[in-house]
Design a protein. Sequence first.
Length: 331
Amino acid sequence: HNARLLADCPLDCPVIAAGNRNAADEIRALYAVSGKPLSVADNVMPAFQELDIDPARQAIRQVFIDRIVHAKGIDRAAAMFDAVLMPTPAAVMAGAKLLSEGTAAQTGLGPLVVIDIGGATTDVHPIAAGEAANEAIVQYGLPEPHDKRTVEGDLGMRHNARTIVETAGLERIAEDAVVSGAAVEDWLARIEANVEILPGDSKDRAVDRAMARAAIAIAMKRHAGSIRIAQTATGPVTVQQGKDLTRVAVLIGTGGALAHAADPAGILAAALGDDSDKASLRPRAPAMYVDRDYLLYAVGLLAEAEPDAAFAMATKGIGITGGESERRGSG
């Protein structure tokens, strides 16, 4: 039904079918008639409560390479050298996954979360199972993929600056920045006039910092799971929806708002949960690091060809040392 609706709609865009394989031939026939580009991948849920999303991700990546990369002429340049072509968000995810899982020769960092705050979006990349803390908690909804990314398209530091302030609240931003509401509005007006603008004085920097903290806090709360008490015939039970990230040991921040900040840890700390909101399953006490040199995307690209070198570059560049207990202590 959905495949037919997409085939008949006026949108001219690629379609990826990742459902029941018994329907694949019928879907191919539909799209052969419609003329729309179709890619068929393995079922994202081959069995009940079992996810297999990697084939669909590979199909999405191939569409990116075939269409976007070709449109920009990058494929002609890539033909001149042995290149790995990958969308930047996917490269950041690959870098995060390498750090979490390690290589055949190097032990990974274990469950972690990467937050990438940019001019247009704020992305959250957790590499963690996020299972319930104990068996008494009931997991609600579909199983979560181990490595997952959410893109908050309304939380960009430049293209969506006003949305950040509106979502967080003008008073909250002004209070965090220790400035007047008028100062916040002035900075927003200048951003809207020129999205390439950089903070010019201490007030601008304070408002930008408060906006970054708000974007990170909102993005993490949206992404992390939550718990609630539900009443059942046998009494109240705790229900979890989404991932429990409270026990994640490492939190890594990347993006210009962190890389160029005077106190990046103070901005990144806005992602953490606390007892004031026990229902939110955000990280509680991870070690925190900042990717000041924008290495993660490069690490993700290098990981396909030289995983050990990529892992060493990431840990050295981001400053990650010691075992898990030491990392927890540094947070």
